[in-house]
Design a protein around this ligand. Structure first.
Ligand code: SAM
Length: 256
C-alpha cells in the first residue's frame, strides 16, 4: 500500500483554531481560571456607564463564559466571534435562544465588521494574537465615540516556574511572550485603565498541568515549537510531585 502523503502543517492561525475546536467539548471542565478571569472582567464592565441598549462585539467568545454576562447587558445587538467554529457552536448551544445575538467566525486581529459598537469585550483571547499592537487600534476603530474596549489577557509573569525551568537549562520553553501591564498601559494611554492580578493554581504534577492545557485547547506552543524530548523530560521530572502555576491576568479598559 502506498503511504498517504503527509498533511501540510497548518499555519499559525489555523493551528490555533484547530486546537480550540478539538477541545470545544472538554473546555468547560478544565477552564476554572478562564471562568474566574471572565467574572473579574465582567465585574469591571458592569461598572462602566452604558447606553441602555448597547451594540456589543465579543472577540474569542469560546464556550461563552463572558457571552452569558454580555446578554444580561440587554444589547440591541450582540455579535459573538471566534476563530473556532466548534467553540462558536458550543457557545450557541449554551446560550440558548437569544434573539439579538449573531455568531460569526472571525479573526479578531483582522475584524471584517463595520464600525458602530458601544462595547467590544474579550477575555483571554488576545494572548493568541500574532501582533496585539496592530490589532488593538483596528478593534478600537470599530467603536462609537465614548464606547469601550474591555479585555483580559495574559501578562508577562504567566507560567514563570515552567519558563524558568527551561531557562535554567538554556532551552526554549515554547511558551509565548506576554506583555507587561506597563507596556499595555503605555500603548493605550491616556484613555485607558489597566490593572492586573496573579492567580495561582497548584497541580499534582507537570503532567497534570499540561493535561489541563490540552483539555482547554491552549497547549499549542509558540510557532509550533516542540521542546526537545530530553529537556522536556528533565523539566517534567523537576515537577513530578507538583507545580504551582501563575496565571497573570491583565485587565484593560480603553475609552474611545
Ligand atoms: C482561552 S479561550 C477563552 C474563551 C472565552 N473568552 C473564555 O473566557 O472562556 C481563547 C478563545 O479565543 C479564540 N481565539 C484565539 N485566537 C483568536 C483570534 N485571533 N480571533 C478570535 N478568536 C480567537 C479561541 O478559539 C478560543 O475560543
Amino acid at each position: 500500500m502506498r503511504p498517504l502523503p503527509a498533511k501540510p502543517p497548518l499555519d499559525g492561525k489555523a493551528a490555533v483554531a484547530a486546537a480550540f475546536s478539538a477541545a470545544a467539548e472538554t473546555y468547560n471542565r478544565g477552564a476554572d481560571v478562564q471562568r474566574e478571569v471572565a467574572e473579574h472582567l465582567i465585574a469591571r464592565v458592569r461598572n462602566l456607564p452604558h447606553n441602555p441598549r448597547p451594540r456589543i462585539l465579543e472577540i474569542g467568545c469560546g464556550t461563552g463564559f463572558l457571552s452569558r454576562a454580555l446578554v444580561e447587558l440587554n444589547p440591541s445587538e450582540l455579535v459573538l466571534t471566534d476563530v473556532s467554529e466548534s467553540m462558536l457552536n458550543r457557545c450557541r448551544e449554551g446560550l440558548g435562544p437569544s434573539p439579538h445575538t449573531r455568531f460569526m467566525i472571525m479573526d479578531g486581529e483582522r475584524p471584517t465588521l463595520a464600525p458602530g459598537f458601544d462595547l467590544i469585550c474579550s477575555s483571554l483571547a488576545f494572548q493568541w494574537f500574532d501582533d496585539l499592537t496592530t490589532a488593538l487600534p483596528r478593534l478600537a476603530a470599530l467603536l462609537n465615540p465614548g464606547g469601550y474596549l474591555a479585555f483580559a489577557t495574559l501578562g508577562n509573569d504567566s507560567f514563570e516556574n515552567w519558563k524558568q525551568a527551561f531557562a535554567d537549562i538554556n532551552m526554549p520553553s515554547g511558551m509565548r511572550d506576554y506583555p507587561t501591564p506597563e507596556f499595555l498601559a503605555a500603548m493605550l494611554s491616556p484613555q485607558a485603565q489597566v490593572d492586573d492580578e496573579h492567580l495561582t493554581r497548584c497541580y499534582s504534577s507537570a503532567h497534570a498541568f499540561l493535561d489541563e492545557l490540552k483539555l482547554i485547547g491552549a497547549h499549542l506552543p509558540e510557532d509550533n515549537h516542540r521542546p526537545a524530548p530530553g529537556p522536556l523530560r528533565r523539566v517534567l521530572r523537576e515537577f513530578e510531585s507538583g507545580i504551582a502555576v501563575t496565571y497573570h491576568a491583565i485587565y484593560g479598559i480603553w475609552r474611545a
